[in-house]
Design a protein around this ligand. Structure first.
Ligand code: 4AD
Ligand code: MG
Length: 459
């Protein structure tokens, strides 16, 4: 059996088999029908000609959109516009028909409705295209870091430390086995801890990543992370995937170069491999996205410090909902103004005030700012957050004290500074935000197979 993606001119004249789902059917008076089949392997489907010579032509005529089929026949050149070949069916096996209640028959469905329907969502053009681009970005991520000799590290999902210190964690509990669960999980009692220890779902693999970077040199993680923040925005999920490289001996500049090169590699890779899907996004989701990605594949990305960014924002006439002054955390409206109005491209902002950043960031000589780095993108805002890490034990302990963090809880992490401490840096990229940027999808819920947001974990 072949995939539609695997068809090319060299197979014209061959007898082949395909399988997929019926998108549309047009019955013609002369005793034949045109079936448009898609198998998910590419944006393009294939036209299949079925005629009354088929044993089950009457059944074929009764097929509805969404029916699943195996088709065998000869691949022939197509006289039709927009397709180079079609399949002349010799047999059609019907796995399963649908009926009038199948929603895709009724034309375009909005993204919100699709989120309620697990089976339907992935059979639409838009979600299909998003997931293929997502897959490509995942492959590009591994290729990019592997090419640069970063080791893919699998960090734990259950952790006892709060990397970001923001307290936005889901606690891990165990079932109370004195009261067996039976079949209804809603009726199960849960114990409050994980075998006697308080643990959480990880918010970031960074602390574990730092440990291995300070032994193996360069690592990256790529896994699910969890944030129990009650944010209902188009850029926040409760469960999202993060890519976190960490490199020993990297200082902030090299870290920023790595972030820029990684993003550019991803843009190039999508352009090279996903032309049909991008064409769809360009036409239907974000006009000009192809040109945007082409331009950015070669761009230098502006670099400014937080202090410079605040000065630029203070100079504009724009009235922000949150007024700008040195020391504030940049809000999405500020990030968007910088990237969309001032620079019109991604901007790398560095050296943020220490009071708005996490405990592990390296203190600058001014003792007010830290060696932080955020990459901001038009439409998306923050796509990457990272820093050079504090490698000096005393400075790190001071910082933890100010933030009321208990050094005993982090003693394994502090050991990195006790024994053979080295400068090191890393960052975290929100993978869904990258997918949004490369597809133009406005809601983050529509770029992940099964979105998890507050009060929403249906499937
Ligand atoms: O800026 P954040 O919180 O940084 C960290 O977690 C660091 N420990 C990473 C590191 O240095 N290794 O998160 C990193 C990125 C953000 O820039 C954003 O793109 C994404 O993760 N992100 C989210 N994406 C979707 N939903 C959320 N709730 C997100 N929170 C952060
Ligand atoms: Mg951040």
């Amino acid at each position: 059996m072949l995939l539609i993606k695997e068809l090319d001119k060299s197979k014209v004249g061959e007898s082949i088999s395909l399988a997929g789902w019926l998108r549309t059917k047009r019955d013609s008076k002369g005793g034949f029908s045109f079936l448009e089949i898609n198998d998910g392997s590419s944006f393009k489907g294939i036209q299949v000609i079925a005629d009354q010579n088929l044993d089950n032509y009457d059944d074929v005529k009764s097929l509805h959109t969404g029916a699943s089929l195996k088709l065998t026949g000869k691949l022939v050149e197509s006289p039709g516009k927009g397709q180079s070949f079609e399949l002349q069916a010799e047999s059609i096996l019907i796995y399963g028909n649908t009926d009038q209640s199948y929603l895709l028959q009724k034309g375009r469905i909005n993204f919100e409705t699709l989120r309620e329907s697990a089976h339907l969502r992935c059979r639409t053009n838009s979600i299909g295209a998003v997931m293929r681009v997502r897959n490509q970005l995942s492959k590009a991520t591994h290729d990019f870091f592997q090419n640069r000799h970063f080791l893919n590290l699998h960090t734990p999902i259950i952790t006892a430390s709060d990397c970001e210190g923001a307290g936005q964690m889901f606690q891990v509990t165990t079932l109370d086995m004195d009261k067996p669960p039976k079949n209804d999980l809603n009726k199960v009692d849960y114990k409050k801890d994980f075998f006697g220890k308080k643990t959480h779902l990880t918010v970031s693999g960074q602390l574990n990543g730092e440990t291995y970077a300070c032994g193996l040199g360069r690592i990256y993680t790529f896994g699910p992370t969890f944030r129990a923040e009650n944010s209902n925005t188009s850029r926040h999920l409760s469960e999202f995937w993060m890519v976190e490289p960490e490199a020993a001996f990297f200082e902030l500049e090299e870290n920023a170069d790595l972030a820029r090169d990684y993003l550019k590699y991803c843009f190039k890779s999508v352009l090279e491999t996903s032309a049909d899907d991008l064409e769809f996004f360009d036409q239907r989701i974000e006009k000009g996205i192809i040109t945007k990605l082409e331009t950015l594949s070669d761009a230098e990305f502006t670099r400014i410090t937080y202090t410079e960014a605040v000065k630029l924002l203070e100079k504009t006439d724009k009235k922000f909902e949150f007024p700008v002054k040195w020391g504030i955390d940049l809000q999405s409206e500020h990030e968007r103004y910088l990237t969309e109005e001032i620079f019109k491209q991604p901007v790398i902002v560095t050296d943020y005030p220490k009071d708005i950043k996490a405990f592990y960031m390296k203190l600058n000589d001014d003792e007010k700012t830290v060696r932080a780095l955020d990459v901001l993108c038009p439409q998306i805002g923050e796509i990457i957050g990272g820093s050079q890490r504090e490698e000096n034990l005393d400075l790190l302990l001071n910082r933890m004290k100010t933030l009321d963090l208990n050094p005993e809880d982090y003693s394994w992490y502090l050991d990195l500074r006790r024994y053979g401490s080295v400068p090191h840096s890393g960052f975290g990229l929100g993978f869904e935000r990258l997918v949004q940027f490369c597809t133009g999808m406005s809601n983050i819920r529509d770029v992940i197979p099964f979105p998890r947001t507050p009060k929403n974990a249906k499937f």
